[in-house]
Design a protein around this ligand. Sequence first.
Ligand code: SAM
Length: 231
Amino acid sequence: MLYLVATPIGNLEDISLRAIRTLQEADIVACEDTRHARVLFERHGIRPRRLVSYHSHNERSRAAELADDLRTGATVAVITDAGTPGISDPAWAIVREAIALGVEVVPVPGACAAIAALSASGMDTTRFAFEGFLPLKKGRRRRLEQIAAEDRTVVIYESPHRIKRLLEELLTLCGPERQASLAREITKLHEAFERGTLKEISGRLEERFPEAVKGECVVVLAAREPEPGLR
Ligand code: SAM
């Protein structure tokens, strides 16, 4: 059995009782960064039976090894550095392996930065598109154009040192009046939400640079306004 266990995205209290029990009882816990995981384990008194690392540099080889363990009947719990495994992180590879093997894949839900940012954004949440990280070079412009034309709310992950550039690109393609919400450091000490037009948000970041662009970010962008007469 493969458990996908959601862990906190900042505040270590954001973990379910079921997640703690699953991590304690699994034969193997696979995590992205063992030092990072140990902080969580210490906070909740979790003593995993066996801890292995599973990250973007060894995901294919480690996924194959974990698949062997799953084949022999082991219970494997996967966690990542933050949030829900498989959402913009290396856990997807082991999920595919497990499904191909006919192994049961069980989510243990919890925090997810995209959903936390969306829920507090003030944008229309009835329909939304998750874009994750945009490509850095090839295909980036095309993806940005698709996002600008999207008729659902769009959720984008971005790293702090590229957030200014992303907001500038969105401003150029979507226009200065498009509404957005920039969520930073959700559930952490310096949690902040910047809401308003792209022009206002960019202006505020400019004023408070570099403090305003520190920490992990999620951009929630309002849908394109329908052309007059189309609604
Ligand atoms: N699996 C994770 C989830 O469920 O949200 C996402 C992992 S992805 C590698 C990391 C990205 O998630 C960051 O670059 C940032 O965009 C977003 N993120 C994670 N934690 C966050 C937080 N506390 N505040 C804002 N964004 C966060």
